[in-house]
Design a binder for this molecule. Structure first.
Ligand code: AMP
Length: 301
């Protein structure tokens, strides 16, 4: 019998549990990489990392409706299952879990997992309910898979912090690992939403890594004024025609924003969200983390 990559796709929680129960019974470490599909090299880096940390890797592909707002792109989010399965298995995934919405949200469901405090800022402020959707689906995926380790990207920095906090607070038996942001050679962070961009808006979007890199360099050179750094970042984004949702300096763990009047003392998160036309892009850098995550990429003016 010939096998195709789609043979590695599971769609029910019962099948997934049976599969990972079998792995654990044989003493194998299970790794998990949750995604919404439309996979790119950034996602594949997480799969490869998970393969280093576990014997078997489950990649989940699920466009989670509860993390999208009513005006957001849930309907048009790219869905490319067959290609994703090829890419994920090529990168080392043992199984793909691609459930339906009804499988993950049984009829009549009434439960949400809510992490407070750190969800009040940044994307949590701009996208009400988004992180409750994220923490709820990630809890379900942890419960369905039973992984020893799960890998998430630092590109979604606040999401990573929310999941770390939730895992710690709820005593979930899984190690959460953050992986560095994977960028295009010109500095743009890889994102499934980049495919919405025209060539012109993609070129304008390079202002995002350019602004982050400039702020990182200024911080390394001794600039400590939150207001000065923030103003530079905003100006760079606005000069490129991007509409700034937020450009915020914040505590790297608590995510509390710093006021413009404040002087930064230690490692500081600089996070931005900006619209390139109708496409909302996010990116971040931790000031004070060396070497620069942009070395090797050369965002051009
Ligand atoms: P998504 O499918 O975009 O929701 O992302 C699934 C996982 O991939 C999340 O943990 C993201 O943080 C991670 N991810 C997305 N883009 C990147 C990137 N450019 N570099 C590293 N991780 C990423």
């Amino acid at each position: 019998m010939t096998t195709t990559p789609l043979d590695s796709v599971l769609s029910s929680v019962a099948e997934l549990r049976a599969f990972t129960d079998g792995l654990r019974a044989r003493g194998r470490r299970v790794g998990l990489v949750p995604t919404m599909g439309a996979l790119h090299v950034g996602h594949l880096a997480l799969v490869e990392r998970a393969r280093q940390l576990a014997d078997d890797v489950v990649v989940t592909i699920f466009v989670n409706p509860t993390q999208f707002g009513p005006q957001e792109d849930f309907e048009r989010y790219p869905r490319t299952l067959e290609r994703d399965v090829q890419l994920a298995t090529g990168a080392g995934a043992t199984r793909i879990f691609a459930p339906s919405v009804a499988e993950m949200y049984p009829k009549g469901e009434k439960t949400r997992v809510v992490v407070s405090g750190i969800t009040d800022f940044l994307c949590g402020a701009s996208r009400p309910g988004h992180f409750a959707g994220v923490s709820t689906i990630v809890t379900k995926l942890f419960n369905a898979t039973g992984p020893c380790v799960a890998v998430f990207g630092r590109k979604d920095y606040q999401q990573l912090k929310v999941i770390e906090r939730m895992t710690r607070d709820l005593l979930l038996p899984v190690e959460v690992v953050g992986h560095p942001t994977v960028r295009e050679p010109d500095g743009l962070a890889l994102s499934s939403r980049n495919q919405y961009l025209t060539a012109e808006w993609r070129a304008r979007a390079l202002a995002i890594p350019r602004a982050l890199e400039a702020a990182h360099a200024a911080f390394s050179a001794g600039e400590r004024s939150a207001g000065v750094l923030r103003a530079r970042v905003r100006a760079e984004l606005e000069n490129a025609g991007l509409r700034v949702d937020y450009a915020t300096l914040a505590h790297p763990d608590e995510l509390t924003p710093y006021e413009d009047e404040e002087s930064l003392s230690g490692r500081t998160l600089l996070a931005v969200a900006a619209f390139a036309d109708a496409t909302r892009l996010i990116d971040n850098v931790v000031l004070g983390d060396e070497p620069s995550p942009f070395s090797g990429t050369t965002p051009s003016a």
